[in-house]
Write a protein of this length. Structure first.
Length: 184
């Protein structure tokens, strides 16, 4: 097991403890496909090439590198995005609502780039759709399970999330419609 330098150990442990203390306290704003489409700075169809943990102060982030096959909106400067939490030098940090991604798997990702300059999945698990072949041999489908996290609508009222299962072309059409028919 690798150890963090002494100067990083206490902040990392505090962050980890805070993460454990809030495991069941995550609340997400329920976002529609239209909202995610408009708020995203980029939307990509891509395969996950690799993911690795890295330290950002007392936080652990997982940086995932992408092989982008299509840009539906915007671009990415370095074909990567980050997820909160992960494993770094023997420490593990988790955040509820974070999507699970698998190396080698293809996804449609709704990403936004904040002040940090790092692309992140919008709405956490809401903005990550895995691709799977159609069971009947037709067009590939994008799927997202319903989030088990507490979700609130814009008025702060609890709402239930629903799973999504669409063909790739149907999702792409809905994104284009939300963007006014123009790739931004």
């Amino acid at each position: 097991m690798t150890h963090l330098p002494q100067r990083m150990l206490v902040p990392a442990l505090l962050a980890a403890l805070c993460g454990f203390a809030t495991v069941n306290a995550a609340t997400l704003e329920k976002l529609t496909l239209d909202e995610m489409s408009r708020r995203s700075t980029s939307i990509v169809r891509a395969r996950i090439i690799s993911c690795a943990g890295e330290a950002q102060g007392s936080l652990i982030l997982t940086r995932c590198r992408l092989q982008v096959s299509e840009y539906w909106k915007g671009t990415l400067t370095d074909s990567s995005f980050v997820l909160p939490g992960g494993q770094y030098q023997g420490l593990v940090q988790t955040f509820t609502g974070t999507p699970t991604v698998v190396e080698g798997q293809e996804y449609v990702l709704f990403l936004w780039t904040g002040k940090s300059g790092k692309a992140q999945v919008i709405g956490l698990s809401q903005g990550s759709f895995s691709l799977a072949p159609d069971a009947k041999g037709g067009e590939a489908r994008v799927r997202r399970s319903a989030s088990t996290e507490v979700m609130l609508d814009k008025n702060g009222i609890p709402v239930a999330d629903t799973p999504l299962d669409l063909s790739v072309s149907e999702l792409k059409t809905r994104v284009q419609k939300a963007l006014g028919g123009v790739r931004q």
